[in-house]
Write a protein that binds this ligand. Structure first.
Ligand SMILES: [Zn+2]
Length: 337
């Protein structure tokens, strides 16, 4: 050991003693060995009874299927185009103040939404826009721009895109839901009838809260390609589910930070094939997009081609989620499905 190293060690040892001695509450006799951290059980399901698993599985479950033999106007398929207008709210909810991320979200309000609205005008098709309340408050022009077209719908998408299972707080979730409904009602001049959970994630409280709030429909779940009534703990809620799917969502394809991989052409192929089967099966086709992803130039171009393809096949009912849910709710109430 060199003299230098020995001196360094001595200094470090002295510093350690000093640190321990100065630590609040330091007391040699009271120092018990630290308790081992409790490890979360990675497989709690393996020891649960079937009844327990059934209760968990069907707390939120698929009830009556709602698939009409024919859609209004004698059409064979219903197309519901939807846009989750998140912009930068997810990053803001997490306190992520990276302005690369925030400005990429802001693109949704600045260029994305206006370009999408121009395309919908050109194609003369309606859409539903699910907007976190904070997103609408940060860019207050969005709601009047959407409503000025007089054909689109606006629905709830959380307060600040809060992930509800992470929040995991019944009272706080209720407060944020009430606040979101109040904000959008004020901005729209009418109460929204549709709900889509932020990140499409329910907490264990969500379904009971949105049922009590009187929503007509939800669009956050994925138990079927076609619509169904949602059950809460095995009991029918009267709420219509218009299911979404990651396959027919732009976020998994375009959500990564590094541009347009895979090519927009490949994404168009997936979206088109899903539509073609919905058309064959006389079903429902719900497509989810985000103005800060889909609103870019090359991507609005594929949306344009997709809508043109749908029109070329004929028999398509382009409708808002609200109109589709009203139609299905009528069927449900009449017990005719
Ligand atoms: Zn979202």
């Amino acid at each position: 050991m060199t003299r230098h190293l020995a001196r360094t060690l001595l200094t470090l040892t002295a510093a350690a003693v000093l640190t321990t001695a100065c630590a609040p509450g330091a007391n040699v006799e009271a120092q018990a060995p630290a308790a081992a951290p409790v490890k979360p059980n990675p497989l709690p399901g393996v020891t649960k009874s079937l009844d327990e698993l059934r209760a968990e599985m069907f707390h939120v479950g698929a009830g009556k299927r709602l698939k009409p033999a024919e859609w209004p106007g004698g059409n064979r398929v219903a197309v519901a185009l939807s846009f989750d207008v998140d912009n930068a709210t997810m990053a803001l909810s997490q306190g992520n103040l990276d302005y690369e991320v925030l400005s990429r979200g802001e693109y949704g309000a600045v260029d994305g939404l206006p370009r999408i609205l121009r395309l919908l005008d050109k194609q003369k098709v309606p859409a539903s826009f699910f907007i976190p309340a904070v997103s609408s408050l940060l860019h207050p022009q969005m709601i009047p721009d959407i409503l000025s077209r007089k054909v689109h719908e606006i629905g709830i998408h959380g307060w600040i895109h809060e992930r509800l299972p992470v929040l995991n707080d019944e009272k706080e979730e209720q407060r944020l839901l009430d606040q979101s409904i109040e904000t959008l009602t004020k901005a729209m001049g009418k109460r929204p009838v549709g709900y889509r959970a932020p990140s499409w994630k329910f907490s264990k409280y969500t379904l009971a809260q949105i049922k009590a709030a009187g929503f007509l429909y939800d669009s956050s779940l994925m138990a079927s390609d076609d619509a169904y009534e949602i059950n809460l703990d095995g009991k029918p809620t009267g709420l219509v589910e218009l299911p979404i799917e990651r396959i027919v969502d732009d976020a998994p394809y375009f959500g990564a930070a590094d541009g347009s991989m895979p090519s927009p052409e490949h994404v168009l192929e997936v979206f088109r094939s899903e539509f073609d089967v919905a058309w064959d099966e006389r079903g429902l086709y719900v497509l989810t997009m985000h103005p800060h992803y889909m609103g870019h130039r090359s991507r609005v171009a594929i949306l344009d081609r997709l809508i043109t393809h749908m029109k070329s096949k004929g028999g398509v009912w382009f409708a808002t989620h609200e109109d589709i849910a009203k139609h299905l709710k009528g069927m449900l109430d009449a017990g005719s499905n």
